[in-house]
Ligand binder design. Structure first.
Ligand code: T68
Length: 837
């Protein structure tokens, strides 16, 4: 046998700049970053100088930044393993992360260094940042909330994994053609994704279809075996998520579906090559595309398949890691807190039972205790059309074993209901996991409620309504399970990153801790009375408005004056959000100006943005209406020196960061009781916009925080809405009693805003006239009157600025850090773990 090799010490290679390789991978100074970018340009990308593009610089800097996070990420994983801490697993079908590069530079604290390093290479960081294709793996509020929560979890040093789906195509890109929305597939992976790390060795197998068989095991127990029709493989792609000002770097783990090779081989061997290829295509379809519907549920087979796919991969992954750590499966709930982001992952309740009972052979009661202790459920909507149910035959065909388990959960659960409320069979039918009126279905909200120890709404009003309506019976059964967790947004991305001007002023006034201690913003209240401070505040707002005006000009050819009041409504287009109420006010103002050219109004830019679900007829007409009104008004010299309208195409996280900081007025005008919380309302407030809004969702709490005198309130309350609906609502009465409203509707109906075509908006006007499900006309007069108060208030610049400052000063509650602390303390029981380098 040979002697052991002599230990040789290898000196770290030194580059021409005198830096070591270690510096190039992890150094935070300008020289190290510059060398890292050059190295990545050469070794990771490898274009000759003549072919090097701006995008290459983006990619190289992204890789350099990822190297710096990698270091922190590995230490976080090791620390969590060593400390054996409980981990939050946030299950969400959507994560709307937005561009990574700017945020990661901010959270690592190396923006200036990166800017200088690029400058030395002849590049401008701001232009390089624009090269990033944002991962739009979500529809709107729900997906963005998940992203804000990941930011806060890492920043608050809580061990956490976000589990979701790596859609090959995210939310469609919106283009506006002749005023109509056109949908373009989002090929976000086209030029590669420097932020993800593929983990081909981290893979789990997911079954579909087939049937179940009963057998007796060696110990003589009756057991069930699932004989699937198809198996799909899920592979992990990890994106490190860096906390702000800490070393903690958590994981976003997204699953991608692939064909199982052995299946291909089988077909190969039998000579059926085409069958094998077809199987591969079917398997890969599972994670192909994000469903672009936000509220109404879409009962599609593939959607249920996506949900089960990512949830099964995630739970298998948790069990696998648990056993690697040598922790017995009985302790699952002590090590994992699993949160269901709406009902989309609620099949997890059943899947965990299957994994524990069928595969780990735990007895039912033990498994059920673990399951309920593990899960928490967040509800995001009360709209009946949005509540998820799956037709029984579809469910049975895809998940035959799960249906059996649901029947057993339901049998035991309904026994409990009968024991508590004996003789109340109506209640039993209402609460059942299976809906039996009409076509039989599985009720996912009931499943989530029964399988979770904690159930929460996303704003105080919404949590109350949840207990009084959709989950009333469940509240009566288990009041202790219910709580409120008002949403929050990350002040890092939506204030520090989006509004660098305001960041600098806040740093100067408060020091640099406010992004992680938003209560400090209260110290601004004293500054609201300081005229010099107000001047600075106004200058920042106006620069932000100029920045947005430039963007809008470049993308729409509409020129806006940054000295005007910027009145902004950006969010998904939905009847309950009432963009058309906003339009009715605009047309009202237009007519008033035409009738009375001398009218003294505050000049305003009305700005809209938002996507409509591709199949949502009314929402698409509303986009066309906004653009039609914009075209007419912007071209009319009688009014266009005092009002203009713009629709910003393709509202997404990237342009949102330009939009929120530029707002004077935030439109939050949903029908009371319909918007669960809203989070855009919070992003506007953070950036010093005043709100015009109804008493809906988190508006209620925003108004409480900022004070009634700094909020423009209008409209029916939830109780009034319900009362009117009960009594029978007749929108024609509103029209009959308001001649101005009648004229406005007639003008829209006449084709005035559609180049004479009186057909285009007939459906919108008819809907409002004869049905108006969201009480647009009932709130019209109050809204217009409230807008007059806004106009008057804008005339007093100094007082408007005071109110603007107070909005920012009192926005601390709406930091996602506050929300995440509440989840950690009251639902998850997860403690911080400090990560050292
Ligand atoms: C939103 N919901 C709520 N849903 O509407 C909003 N739905 O009030 C709240 O602030 C936000 O959630 C966060 O709590 C959504 O965004 C969806 O996007 C969605 C997607 C697929 C299916 C159903």
């Amino acid at each position: 046998s040979k002697p052991p090799p002599k230990q040789i010490k290898i000196a770290p290679p030194v580059t021409t700049t005198g830096l070591t390789d270690v510096d190039v991978r992890s150094g935070m100074q300008v020289a190290a970053l510059k060398q890292a970018v050059t190295d990545h340009l050469r070794y990771s990308i490898g274009h000759p100088p003549v072919a090097t593009t701006l995008h290459d610089y983006y990619y190289a800097l992204a890789l350099a930044v990822r190297d710096r996070m990698q270091h922190r990420w590995l230490n976080t994983l090791q620390t969590n393993f060593d400390l054996k801490r409980k981990i939050v697993c946030y299950l969400s079908a959507e994560f709307l992360m937005g561009p990574h590069l700017g945020n990661n530079l901010l959270n690592l604290g190396i923006e200036q260094e990166a800017r200088a390093a690029l400058a030395e290479l002849g590049q401008d960081l701001d232009i390089v940042l624009e090269c990033e294709e944002e991962p739009g793996l979500g529809n709107g509020g729900l997906g963005r909330l998940a992203a804000c929560y990941l930011d806060s979890l890492a920043t608050l040093q809580r061990p956490a994994v976000g589990y979701g789906i790596r859609y090959e195509f995210g939310i469609f890109d919106q283009e506006i053609h002749d005023g109509w929305q056109a949908e373009i597939t989002d090929k976000w992976l086209r030029y590669g994704n420097p932020w993800e790390i593929a983990k081909p060795e981290v893979a789990h197998y997911v079954n579909w279809g087939g049937h179940t068989e009963y057998y007796r095991d060696e110990a003589g127990n009756d057991r069930v075996r699932w004989m699937p029709y198809r198996v799909v493989k899920g592979t992990a792609y990890d994106t490190p998520t860096q906390g702000y000002g800490v070393n903690n770097c958590n994981t976003l783990r997204l699953w991608s579906a692939e064909a199982v090779e052995s299946f291909d081989f089988q077909a190969f061997n039998t000579g059926d090559y085409y069958q094998a290829v077809e199987d591969k295509i079917i398997s890969e379809t599972v994670t192909k595309v994000l469903y672009p519907n936000d509220e109404p549920q879409i009962g599609k087979h593939l959607r249920l398949g996506q949900q089960y796919f990512f949830v099964s991969c995630s739970l298998q992954n948790m069990l696998h890691i648990l056993s690697l750590s040598g922790v017995p499966v009985e302790n699952f709930a002590e090590r994992y807190a699993v949160q269901l982001n709406d009902t989309h992952p609620s099949i997890g309740v059943v899947e965990l039972m299957r994994l524990l009972v069928d595969e780990r052979r735990l007895d039912w009661d033990k498994a059920w205790a673990i399951t309920v202790q593990t899960f928490g459920y967040t509800n995001h909507t009360l709209l009946p059309e949005a509540l998820e149910t799956w037709p029984l035959p579809m469910f049975q065909a895809l998940l035959p074993r799960h249906l059996e388990i649901i029947y057993e959960i339901n049998r035991r659960f309904l026994d409990e209901v009968r024991a508590r409320f004996s003789g109340d069979e109506a209640r039993v039918a209402r609460m059942s996991l299976i809906g039996e009126e009409g076509e039989k279905c599985v009720r996912m909200a009931h499943l989530a409620a029964v399988g979770s120890h904690a159930i929460n709404g996303v704003a105080a009003l919404h949590s109350d309504l949840l207990k009084a309506s959709v989950l009333k019976d469940f509240y009566e059964m288990w009041p202790e399970r219910f709580s409120n967790k008002t949403n929050g947004v990350t002040p890092r991305r939506f204030l520090a990153l989006a509004n660098p001007g305001l960041r600098a002023l806040l740093n100067e006034a408060l020091g640099e801790q406010w992004p992680v201690n938003m209560e400090q913003l209260h110290q601004l209240e004293a500054k609201a009375d300081d005229a010099a401070f107000r001047r600075k505040w106004r200058a920042i707002k106006e620069a932000n408005k100029k920045r947005l005006a430039d963007y809008i000009l470049a993308h729409t050819d509409i020129e806006l004056d940054p000295t005007w009041l910027f009145d902004i409504q950006v969010k998904r287009i939905h009847e309950y959000k009432r963009q058309h109420l906003n339009v009715l006010h605009i047309v009202t103002l237009y007519r008033r100006l035409k009738e009375n050219p001398g009218l003294n109004i505050s000049p305003r830019a009305f700005i809209f943005g938002g996507k409509a679900a591709p199949g949502y007829f009314m929402a698409k007409r509303i986009i066309k209406l906004i653009n039609g009104v914009a075209e007419t008004i912007n071209a009319d010299p009688d009014v266009n020196t005092r009002m203009k309208v713009a629709f910003v195409p393709n509202f997404n996280v990237q342009n949102a960061q330009l939009i929120y900081p530029a707002a004077d007025l935030s439109e939050q005008i949903s029908t009371a009781g319909k918007e669960a919380s809203g989070t855009g309302n919070m992003k506007f407030m953070l950036n010093g916009a005043l709100t015009i809004g109804t008493l809906d969702g988190a508006n209620v709490e925003i108004r409480e925080e900022v004070g009634a005198e700094n909020f423009f309130l209008f409209g029916l309350t939830t109780e009034e809405v319900e009362h009117i609906k009960r009594e029978g609502y007749h929108p024609t009465d509103c029209i009959a009693s308001n001649s101005e409203l009648r004229t406005v509707l007639e003008l829209i109906n006449s084709g005035y805003f559609s180049r004479g075509d009186a057909e285009v908006f007939r459906s919108v006007v008819n809907n409002l006239t004869y049905s108006d499900p969201f009480l647009v006309l009932a709130d019209y007069a109050a809204y217009v009157a409230c807008q007059e108060r806004v106009s008057a208030a804008w005339q007093d610049k100094e007082n408007w600025t005071r109110m603007s400052i107070l909005n920012t000063a009192r926005s601390g509650k709406f930091s996602s850090d506050r929300a995440i602390r509440e989840y950690c303390d009251e639902i998850w029981n997860v403690q911080p773990a400090t990560v050292k380098l």
